[in-house]
Design a protein around this ligand. Structure first.
Ligand SMILES: C[S@@+](CC[C@H](N)C(=O)[O-])C[C@H]1O[C@@H](n2cnc3c(N)ncnc32)[C@H](O)[C@@H]1O
Length: 272
C-alpha cells in the first residue's frame, strides 16, 4: 500500500506544477506559437457570448490545462472536464490547480477511440473548447470527435476550436504553419531550437519530481517512446479549414463561423 504524500511534499509538487503550467504557455508562445495568447483570448471571447452561471465546459486535448485554467478564472461558477491522452499532462494540471480550484475534472481518454463520449460521467455540456490539439488527429478521427461533441452539447450549445487551420489549396496538401507576423515558415529554425531547449527543460523538471513518477510510468505504458517525447503520431499534413467546416456540417452543426484569424491560425465556432 502506498502512503499519501506529506503536506510538505504536496506543497512542493503543487508549486512545481504551477510553474510548469506557466512555463507551458510561455514555452509555446515565445517560440512556435506566437499567436497563442491572442487566439486563446479570442476563444474566451467566443465562450463569453454563451452561457453564464454554472456552465459546463469540456476541454478537448487539454494538455496541463492552460485553456481550462482560463475558463475557470473567467467564469467563476463553471465546471470544466479536461480530457487528454497523456497521463503526465493531466497530473501536472491536477497538481497545478488543486490548491486553488476544484471545479475541474481530469479525464484520461484517447480522442481517437469512438467511445470517449459515452465514458464521460457528465453527459451534457454548454460549450466544448479545444486549443491547439485537434491537428494531432487524422481527418476521419476529427469527424468522429465532432460527432461525439455534437452528442454531448446541449441544444444551442457550441464548439470553439482554436488551432492551426490552414485553407486548402486545390491539388496541394494544406501548408505547414507560417508565422502570422512575418509570413515566414514556422517553426523557424531559431524558434524550433528555442522550443526544443525549453521542451527538454520542461520534461526534465517533470522527470526529477518523485511525485510525478507514477504518471510517467503510466505514460510509458500508454505512449511508449522517449522523454522528452518526440512527435511520432498524427497526420503528416494537418486537416484544412474547409475539411473542418464540412465535417462539422456533416455531423449536424447548423452554423459554422471563423470569428478570429491570424495567418493560418484560426478560431472556428460551430453552433449545435
Ligand atoms: C500542443 S498540446 C495543446 C495543449 C493545450 N490544449 C494547449 O492549448 O496548450 C496538444 C495536446 O493534445 C493531446 N492529444 C494529442 N492527441 C490526443 C488524443 N488522441 N487524445 C487526447 N488528447 C490528445 C496531447 O497529449 C497534448 O496534451
Amino acid at each position: 500500500m502506498t502512503s499519501s504524500p506529506s503536506a510538505t511534499d504536496q506543497v512542493r509538487v503543487a508549486r512545481l506544477c504551477e510553474n510548469l503550467l506557466d512555463r507551458w504557455d510561455s514555452m509555446f508562445h515565445e517560440t512556435v506559437d506566437p499567436t497563442r495568447f491572442r487566439r486563446m483570448n479570442a476563444i474566451l471571447r467566443c465562450v463569453g457570448k454563451g452561457p453564464r452561471g454554472s456552465a459546463r465546459f469540456l476541454d478537448l486535448g487539454s494538455g496541463p490545462g492552460p485553456m481550462s485554467r482560463r475558463l475557470l478564472r473567467r467564469f467563476s461558477n463553471c465546471h470544466v472536464v479536461a480530457i487528454d491522452t497523456d497521463p503526465v499532462m493531466l497530473e501536472v494540471g491536477r497538481w497545478a490547480m488543486d490548491r486553488t480550484n476544484r471545479r475541474v475534472q481530469w479525464i484520461l481518454r484517447d480522442l481517437r477511440g469512438r467511445d470517449w463520449p459515452s465514458l464521460l460521467r457528465t453527459k451534457r455540456f454548454d460549450v466544448v473548447v479545444s486549443s491547439l490539439a485537434l491537428h494531432w488527429l487524422e481527418e476521419e478521427q476529427i469527424e468522429d470527435v465532432y460527432r461525439g461533441v455534437a452528442r454531448l452539447l446541449r441544444p444551442d450549445g457550441f464548439l470553439v476550436n482554436g488551432d492551426y487551420l490552414p485553407r486548402a489549396i486545390p491539388g496541394k496538401p494544406p501548408r505547414r504553419p507560417t508565422c502570422a507576423h512575418t509570413g515566414a515558415k514556422l517553426p523557424l529554425d531559431r524558434d524550433l531550437a528555442s522550443f526544443k531547449a525549453l521542451w527538454r527543460g520542461w520534461w526534465s523538471a517533470v522527470s526529477s519530481e518523485p511525485l510525478l513518477q507514477g504518471a510517467l510510468a503510466k505514460r510509458r505504458v500508454r505512449m511508449p517512446g522517449a522523454i522528452p517525447p518526440r512527435r511520432t503520431t498524427g497526420p503528416r499534413n494537418p486537416a484544412s479549414l474547409e475539411f473542418h467546416e464540412r465535417a462539422l456540417r456533416r455531423v449536424g452543426f447548423r452554423e459554422v463561423r471563423v470569428p478570429w484569424q491570424e495567418g493560418d491560425f484560426r478560431v472556428l465556432v460551430a453552433l449545435r
